[in-house]
Each structure stands twice: as C-alpha cells, then as structure tokens.
Design a protein around this ligand. Structure first.
Ligand code: PEP
Ligand code: MN
Length: 337
C-alpha cells in the first residue's frame, strides 16, 4: 500500500509515520514528489486492522497498490524518474546515446572506439568484458582486463561506462570499475543477480528478456528496486518471435507502454533488436520518435574484424551520420540530443 502525505505534512510527520509502519513490520520506500511525499509500505496489510495510521498527523490517505510491480509502477511514483550516471541524466529532456563495441577486444580497440563515439556526440560508452555467448566456443570477453581498459577509456574521454555483469559473485568487482551495471537479456530473471545488483546502489541497465512480457520485465526491475536501489533504466532490445529475417523483433510499442506503467526511464537497443546494421539507424530514429529516453548502439571501428556482433555494428561514419539525423527527430518530439 501507499501512504499519501498531505502537501503541508512536515518532516516530523513523515518520520513519525515511517517509524510507526516500521514498528508494524513494513518495509519502507520513500518517494518525494514536487507536491507531496508518498510512503510505500510493503508488508502484510492485515496488521493495520484497528490501527490508527489513517488518523496520524499529515496522513491524507492510504491506498492499496494494485499493480504487482509495487515500486516500479506509477501508483507508487507518479512522476517520471531520472537516473544519474556520472554527469549524464537518463529520463530528463536529453536523449542519451550510449555507444561502443559489443565486446572490449583490446586496449587499442576500446580507446579508438571511445574517441570516435565521443566525437560523434555519444555521452556514454558501452563495451562487454563478460560476454554471455550462445556458444561456449565463441569469444567470452577479456573479463577483468577488459574492465580495466574500459575504466581507462573513461579517464581518457570522460564518458561514463556501462558494462554487463553475468555472475552474482562478480557484481562487486564489476561495480568497482563501471558507472552502470548492465543485466543482459539472458539474465533478466536471474533473481540472485538482480538482488546483488540492487545491493550495490549503482545505476542498473535492465535489458528485457528474450521472451519476457512487459510485466515480467517490470517485476525483474522490482527485484532491484526492492533492495532500495531506485537507479534502474529499462532497455527494450527485441524479443523472440516467429520472424527469422531479423535477429529479434524490436518491440517499440514497449516504450510508450513501459512509460505508461512505470516511472523508470526506458531506452532502446536497436543493434540486438534487429541484428542488422542497416536497420539500426531507421529503428533508432523510430525509437526516439516513440519516446525512448535513450539508445544503446554497437559501434566498431572495423565491424568486419569484430570478435562479436560485427554484422549489427555501425562503422564510425554510419554512427556519425545517424547522430546528425537523430538530432532532428529528437527536436520534433521536444527532446534534445
Ligand atoms: C549486449 O548488450 O552486448 C548484449 C549481450 O545484449 P542482450 O543481453 O540484449 O543480448
Ligand atoms: Mn552484442
């Protein structure tokens, strides 16, 4: 349930209500809006029978949360959330473009790519050091060495870094290097990993699972939020359908839908969403038109030499040309790049 406080409720009123709820065994999640404060109380409502909560000073009303995603939903947090990753804000007026290679392959490759995407206007760097590959014989990533190269690329360019973590026991180590943790599509329902990522209090980029409904995706976000980490960004990256002409079917309707159901920022990955570099630019433009708060795009200096996902990676020249076209679409929907 949520306890909606009156606009004139004082800090002391809010603290008293929180203390009362805690005594009754509720977990507390606070949402401070411009107008009023909402206290999310997770626990067994039955203990409130005969209780005086509703009569406490500053309490306007008590409302049950009907959606299963209590903290990710709009009922608990009606205003859009913003997630800060270093100097970058996701969910604000700017469309955030995150770009970089699928995998960190060498120090030279990540430094070169970071320089190129920054020059073209990207404000965050991506790159996988732990790769969840379909085949155990494919390149698995440089692991901690790759994280060191990413950190060096951040020092050089100032771009905050997002990178995937695949194993709960590596979360702390990866969080030591990265500015944002990525939970990949294959791990969207790895609940131990979600909880660990929640405990770090680092921003988390949560990809939609290959066959996940929007509700399952928001419930996965709920695992991270329920640890007290509200810095979660949702990422639509395509789902598995009967269509085989593209790697996945990019579900752009999930962007306005997720915005309708949740306060969390939503970004789109047109690279994994299509699997084809020629489709990446048109789908990026469409994603921004549909209201996406950002894009995550694979860029490689020489896609034909990439150790993973070369076929869906943009060349620096194609990325640069996409960025200039994105500016026009962003301004048409009242956003900036
Ligand atoms: C990735 O971003 O490199 C990746 C593996 O993405 P996904 O989890 O969406 O397949
Ligand atoms: Mn990839």
């Amino acid at each position: 349930m949520i306890v909606v406080m009156e606009p004139q409720a004082t800090e002391a009123d809010i603290a008293a209500v929180i203390a009362h709820l805690r005594k009754l065994g509720f977990g507390i999640h606070l949402s401070r809006g411009v107008e009023r404060t909402i206290i999310g109380a997770i626990g067994d409502k039955k203990v409130l029978d005969g209780d005086s909560l509703e009569a406490m000073r500053g309490v306007e009303k008590i409302v049950p949360i009907l959606q299963p995603f209590k903290l990710a939903g709009k009922e608990f947090h009606p205003e859009r959330s913003q997630v800060k990753v270093g100097p970058v804000t996701l969910g604000g007026s700017d469309v955030v473009v995150i770009a970089g290679p699928c995998s960190v392959e060498s120090r030279e490759q990540i430094m070169e790519t970071a320089g190129v995407v920054k020059a073209a206007g990207a404000t965050m760097l991506r790159g996988g050091a732990f790769k969840p590959r379909t085949s155990p014989y494919s390149f698995q990533g440089l692991e901690e060495e790759g994280l060191k190269f990413l950190a060096e690329a951040r020092e050089e360019t100032g771009l905050p870094v997002v990178t995937e973590v695949v194993n709960p026991k590596d979360v702390e180590m990866v969080a030591g290097y990265a500015d944002m943790l990525q939970i990949g599509a294959r791990n969207m329902q790895n609940f131990t990993l979600l909880r660990e990522a929640g405990r770090t209090m680092k921003p988390v980029l949560l990809k939609r699972g290959l066959a996940a409904t929007v509700e399952e995706w928001l419930m996965a976000a709920e695992y991270i939020l329920s640890e007290g980490n509200y810095q979660v960004v949702l990422c639509e990256r395509g789902i598995r359908t009967y269509e085989t002409a593209t790697r996945n079917t990019l579900d752009l309707s999930a962007v306005p839908l997720a915005h309708e159901l949740s306060h969390l920022p939503v970004i789109v990955d047109p690279s994994h969403g299509t699997g084809k570099w020629r489709l990446v630019s048109p789908m990026s433009l469409a994603a921004v038109a549909a209201g996406a708060d950002g894009l995550i795009i694979e860029v490689h200096p020489r896609p034909q030499e990439a150790l993973s996902d070369g076929g869906q990676s943009l060349t620096p020249a194609n990325f640069e040309s996409l960025m200039s076209r994105l500016t026009a679409v962003a301004s048409a929907v009242g956003r900036k790049l």
